[in-house]
Ligand binder design. Sequence first.
Ligand code: C2O
Length: 535
Amino acid sequence: CMVRHYKFNVVLKNTTRMCSTKPIVTVNGLYPGPTLVAREDDTILIKVVNHVKYNVSIHWHGIRQIRTGWADGPAYITQCPIQPGQSYVYNFTITGQRGTLWWHAHILWLRATVHGAIVILPKRDVPYPFPKPHKEEIVILGEWWKSDVEAVINEALKSGLAPNVSDAHTINGHPGPVSGCPSNGYTLPVKAGMTYMLRIINSALNEELFFKIAGHQLTVVEVDATYVKPFKTDTIVITPGQTTNVLVATNRGGGKYMVAASTFMDAPIAIDNVTATAFLHYSGSGSLTSSAATVTSTPPKNATSVATKFISALRSLNSKQYPAKVPLKIDHSLLFTVGLGVNPCPTCVNGSRVVASINNVTFVMPKISLLQAHFFNISGVFTSDFPGNPPVPFNFTSTQVTNFATKKGTRLYRLAYNDTVQLVLQDTGMITPENHPVHLHGFNFFEVGRGLGNFNPQTDPKNFNLVDPVERNTIGVPSGGWTAIRFRADNPGVWFMHCHLEVHTTWGLKMAFVVDNGKGPNESLLPPPSDFPKC
Ligand code: C2O
């Protein structure tokens, strides 16, 4: 294993999309940002230098950060932000992970443009558990606003209303043609008769997505940097935060084929966006502009059946080399409701503001990081009394006006080292049911069950898959339904859990677990590095 050094200069860069130009926050002037490449067991040091007027922090989404929570990145959870003119070296070792992950800003809405891929290759001489692709490509799906993204969310917080939806989706930073602005969008040149592996990342702020390539099947081999039993599909579903590796055989001889990404949201309030398009272009089949494209369309945005079929096909590889270590004995059985609510706000447009909560707690960000408060025993920053169950039993999936108002708090759920957790995430319909892609920092978890309607603690666990459930770090809680996950708390520190729809996180759909040190020699959180940012 080796030590790899990267430098991330956070800088403004004038960027043109949809025929208009605006300055955006970037890393090294790139949108999407640079790719980190490493091998399992490598140590990575990334020096982040903040040259913009905003506070910045960067999260390495899906990297477990075993004992190095100081490098995890969410602002005010594991670190104070890097202030303008300051720098911080993120220093971590990749342990027991290989595959596609990604990095993104973890403060305000900066991750709209501050994000990039992380490619972790297997250890030297360890092959993939599937035929080696001839070539690998990164495909980052995203969203683009014509106006300034920070202004969009600040305006919404002031008014108490929902923020404007993005103007376009993007594939590797490009929307493709949109009305009034012709453009080819992103083009991936391919050769016939090869196998490509696409490392697909959904970096969108607020949209779960369908992804499809005209005339080509996708063989799914990995999600969230864990291998799955390979299966073929026309369409994948990917939530913000998730990654999916697919193999594509270029078996069409020649031509130009549309690649498309569009919204999946089966909530009644579903919003739509322009479909992002790109092209696979076979070499030797004429110039890009002259050759006619084979077009495709993605499923309609409310195509629950397509999503359900895809999600239920996902299984851990669970081979001898990559066993699924599903916790079987459970120390904490938790039920968290996730959903939206409305709280009074005299200065807001309707006298109220939209909020979001977990078990009716709308999370309030602290002034110094929770990890510092935990490590240095600073009192008054958080409490360890996050409710393990909803405050009142109610019918989660129907609208319940009486339960609209939420309680505020910076409450954490405390776990002893190595405790096992079963957590049912139940969507609520207090305003309306909605999709919630929930991400847990510091761990991978197994999705042992999912269903529509209310979770039934008597009958549903009987159908749990404890053999080869998919292992991942971000899970889509179905609109009007639930998902059950299991993990082992074998990583001491403070670990954020939140909806990866940025608007829901902003509204308070977040909480954190605090995991105490174990007694063994390698079971405690390391001390913070000397350049650790101050608040
Ligand atoms: Cu990808 Cu807490 O985030």
